[in-house]
Design a protein around this ligand. Structure first.
Ligand code: DX5
Ligand code: ZN
Length: 221
């Protein structure tokens, strides 16, 4: 069985109690904290920046996975690295120089990755696989939590998995959007190993029950 990782998205957490929320979700089994950054420009919503990343950093030991839904991208990267990010991903269509942005993330000591919207082709990976630590497949259009999983994402996950296998490199394959207990196994079967879930976890009273149910589903794959 591959190493599966559950990455709760704090977009659906109670922002007035964010430190407690991240501590609780890690206590209840989260492997990664997924941190959604939206700029009201690349996506039609506005969320949180490096200050909030820095504020939650002392509360958890697990990696913080910063998903940048911003344009331009580069200026924020050193700020997030200083704020304690471990993984930084961005949308290739939001950067004029994808190779440079990937290198900048790695030069700042973080794992780097590209994010693919539902209609964005994977060919952005063609010449940069050696600089990729993580591929994130969006299974909703970015900008909001609580949307429904777009089933076509499964095909793209499978295609990304093939690319990873061919590369022979250790690259995480993350899926983000509409992931629930009911569809996590399908995403894993397609080849995903890292699962972002916002509303499915933070929208419920008992985080541990949801995360345990997700792991039980993954164990059937
Ligand atoms: C959407 C964000 C997701 C979002 C997922 O733009 O990238 O991380 O929080 O939320 P759910 O799991 O509710 O679809
Ligand atoms: Zn996200």
């Amino acid at each position: 069985m591959p190493t599966y990782r559950i990455a709760p998205s704090i977009l659906s957490a109670d922002f007035a109690r964010l430190g407690e929320e991240v501590r609780n979700v890690v206590r209840d089994g989260a492997d990664i904290i997924h941190f959604d950054v939206m700029d009201n420009h690349y996506v039609p919503n506005l969320t949180i920046g490096p200050l909030v990343c820095e504020a939650i950093r002392p509360h958890v030991q697990v990696p913080i996975d910063v998903h940048l839904m911003v344009k331009p991208v580069d200026r924020l990267i050193p700020d997030f690295a200083k704020a304690g990010a471990n993984i930084i991903t961005f949308h290739p269509d939001a950067s004029d120089h994808v190779d440079r942005t990937l290198q900048l993330i790695r030069d700042n000591g973080c794992k780097a990755g590209l994010v693919f919207n539902p209609a964005t082709p994977l060919h952005y990976l063609d010449y940069v696989m050696d600089k990729i630590d993580i591929i994130l497949i969006m299974s909703v259009n970015p900008g909001f939590g609580g949307q429904s999983f777009i089933p076509e994402a499964l095909k793209k996950i499978a295609e990304a998995r093939q690319r990873i296998d061919v590369s022979g490199r250790e690259i995480m394959l993350e899926v983000d959007g509409g992931i629930k207990v009911e569809n996590i196994a399908a995403a894993a079967k397609a080849g995903a190993d890292t699962f972002v879930a916002g509303s499915a976890i933070f929208g419920k009273a008992n985080y541990k029950a949801v995360i345990d149910d997700m792991r039980a589903q993954l164990a059937t794959v």
